[in-house]
Each structure stands twice: as structure tokens, then as C-alpha cells.
Design a protein around this ligand. Structure first.
Ligand code: TXA
Ligand code: MG
Length: 325
């Protein structure tokens, strides 16, 4: 968080700090920045040494590939092959929380460490002014996983990044809490039949409504690309997580949802007292971190409806609850 002189590396985004951050990226150093979903831990995607620093800082298994962030569709087309349907998706949903997995062009300059040996890459154009200014100022495709230690809850505030990664990054641009609070939807559009690899802020229903095309749920999922065998457990707080709780047991913290919550004298946070799934998604990771910090050994989670954004929220909660390695 602070260097040997006591100065913090957390900065308010201004034209000056953004150009300093872009200089760090060009110099092969790591910069954490806000996106509309969660904070990203960015590096120059064409520089293998810089990308290796991401894996090292996160303590991330090498085989879990990274998302490349680009300033616009043309920058993405220089890296990968767009089918007409992929172009349509980008036209409708970019900038925004949709990641496309596409076949890499043979002349793609992206480091092979980014795709972890796959012949596809994941790309997205984020919709956050700070992320976009940073991408433009750097002139680079930026590889950025969520800015948390591997397996931890994703970072939705600059403080989360500072506490997980602190001095491992050259700079943390503080854009306040992120809007969606859940990672992007990932659609594999590299083959004829597009597949949903990770549910997120843009639901399969929304894609169907906008394009008339049904997106099948992938057999695997983005946290376990077929090439990797990555563990189910992910987004995990230190405390254990018990799902679909209708009562609170002694010693448990409560992660509530909606107006009718079971009685408890222990720590509790309501994701949305009105039962609003968008508000719940935005609050999820901050709430898990805060309940974890309360010291409870178990977090009891009330049922969340599995519709709309609830699908993405329940996906993250199932991973938080699944057995740890
Ligand atoms: O909202 C987000 O997507 C955030 C912000 C920072 O943009 N990023 C993010 O990155 O969530 P990360 O690294 O935590 O998750 C990336 C996911 C991983 O689950 C990875 O397996 C999948 O994308 N992925 C990346 N490249 C892939 C590929 N070529 N094929 C299949 N899945 C891939
Ligand atoms: Mg992540």
C-alpha cells in the first residue's frame, strides 16, 4: 500500500495520473484500474515478462487464461477473428460487460502467456471512463484479470486491491466502487455455436432479446476452461459459506436478501432489502469481504432467485461455498 517513503500508490484518476499509469504499463509494470464490473490488474498484453508479473502477483495458476482489454473494436480485430455474429455482439454490447472468446489471428502480438496455450483469446472493451482513458493513453492491449489474490473475492473498490495486492502493483487508480460489482459475461463466439462460459451482468436473455440468438450454457465454464482443470472453488472468503440459509446458527454471519430476514444478533449485511438483483450484484463482493472481516467462521447466505442477474450472483456464491483445496 505504501512504499519505503510512506507514499501510497493509490491515486485519484486525473489526466496526469492516467498518463503516469500508461507509462507504467509501457514500462512492463502492473497497474490496477477500475472497470464497470470489477477492478482489473493490468499489464501490457504483448509483454510476456509483464504478463508473468500478473500471475505472480495474483498467485494464479498459470493455466488460467486472462482477458485482454482493448480501446475499441478495431484494436480487437487486430488480435482476433470476428465472425459476423461476434461483430454483431460487439456492436451492440461494447463498450460494456461482455467478453468474447475468439480465435486468435496468426499475426496476433499477444503474449502466449495470456491465452495459456489456447488458440483463442478473451477480449473486451470496458465501459468505464478511467479504463478507456488508460487504454487510449497506453496505446496497448491490456491483459487484466480481476485485481484480487487468486481464489479470493474480486475487488470492487480500490481498498480491496490495496489490501490484496498492495505494493505488488506500481499504481492503483481509485475510481470508487464499481457499478456492476460482478465480472463480465463471457461468451465463446469462436465456433459456429456460441456458448455462455460465465454468466454476468449481460444475461443470456438480454443477448437473445437483442440478437434473436439463443446462447447455450457451456458444458464447462470460464473458471474451468477445458484446457485447464481449474478448481471449482473461487471467489472464496476466508470464512466458510452456507447457501440457501433460512435460519442463522450460533456464530454465523448473515448475508441477507430481501425484506424478510431471519432473526440474528450477529453481523449481517443485506444485499438488497428491496430484493433488487442489480443492487445485490453491485454489493456482493464488498459484503462478502466485510462479513469475512467480522471474524465469523461461517457466512449463512439467504436464497437468491435464480433469474436475470441472479444467475450470475448464484454462480459466484456456489463457487464461494464449494470445498477449498
Ligand atoms: O469483468 C471482468 O471480466 C474482469 C474485469 C477486470 O475486466 N476480469 C475478469 O478476469 O474477471 P478474470 O481473469 O478474473 O477472469 C477471466 C476469465 C477466466 O475465468 C478465464 O478462464 C476466462 O476468462 N478465459 C480467458 N481466456 C479464455 C479463453 N481463451 N477461453 C476460455 N476462457 C477464457
Ligand atoms: Mg477473477
Amino acid at each position: 500500500m505504501t512504499d519505503e517513503t510512506g507514499a501510497s500508490n493509490v491515486r485519484r484518476p486525473t489526466p496526469a495520473t492516467i498518463s503516469e499509469a500508461a507509462e507504467h504499463l509501457r514500462g512492463g509494470r502492473l497497474v490496477a484500474f477500475p472497470t464497470e464490473t470489477v477492478y482489473g490488474l493490468g499489464a501490457n498484453a504483448c509483454d510476456s515478462r509483464a504478463v508473468a508479473r500478473i500471475y505472480e502477483a495474483k498467485g494464479r495458476p498459470r493455466f488460467n487464461p486472462l482477458i485482454v482489454h482493448v480501446a475499441d473494436v478495431d484494436a480487437a480485430r487486430a488480435l482476433c477473428v470476428f465472425s459476423p455474429f461476434a461483430l454483431k455482439l460487439a456492436g451492440i454490447f461494447w463498450p460494456g460487460p461482455l467478453t468474447l472468446v475468439l480465435r486468435q489471428r496468426p499475426d496476433s502480438p499477444i503474449s502466449p502467456l495470456v491465452s495459456a496455450g489456447l488458440d483463442t483469446i478473451a477480449v473486451r472493451m470496458p465501459d468505464h471512463p478511467v479504463a478507456r482513458q488508460l487504454l487510449e493513453a497506453s496505446g496497448l492491449p491490456v491483459a487484466a484479470p480481476s485485481a484480487n489474490r487468486s481464489g479470493h473475492v474480486s475487488a470492487t473498490r480500490a481498498e480491496h486491491v490495496a489490501s490484496d495486492l498492495g505494493s505488488l502493483v506500481a499504481m492503483i487508480l481509485d475510481g470508487g466502487p464499481t457499478v456492476h460489482g460482478l465480472e463480465s459475461t463471457i461468451v465463446d463466439a469462436s465456433a459456429d455455436e456460441p456458448e455462455l462460459l460465465r454468466p454476468g451482468a449481460i444475461t443470456a436473455d438480454t443477448i437473445f432479446a437483442a440478437t434473436g440468438r439463443l446462447i447455450a450454457r457451456g458444458a464447462g465454464n470460464a473458471e474451468a476452461p477445458s484446457a485447464s482443470g481449474q478448481l471449482e472453488s473461487h471467489y472464496a472468503p476466508r470464512a466458510k459459506v452456507r447457501l440457501n440459509a433460512t435460519e442463522v446458527r450460533p456464530g454465523e454471519a448473515l448475508l441477507a436478501f430481501g425484506g424478510r430476514t431471519p432473526p440474528t444478533a450477529g453481523p449481517q449485511i443485506n444485499l438488497s432489502a428491496h430484493g433488487d438483483l442489480i443492487e445485490a450484484g453491485a454489493n456482493l463482493f464488498q459484503a462478502l469481504r466485510a462479513l469475512d472481516a467480522s471474524g465469523a467462521s461461517m457466512i449463512a447466505v439467504m436464497p437468491i432467485p435464480d433469474e436475470g442477474l441472479g444467475e450470475a450472483i448464484n454462480d459466484r456464491l456456489r463457487r464461494a461455498a464449494s470445498p477449498r483445496s
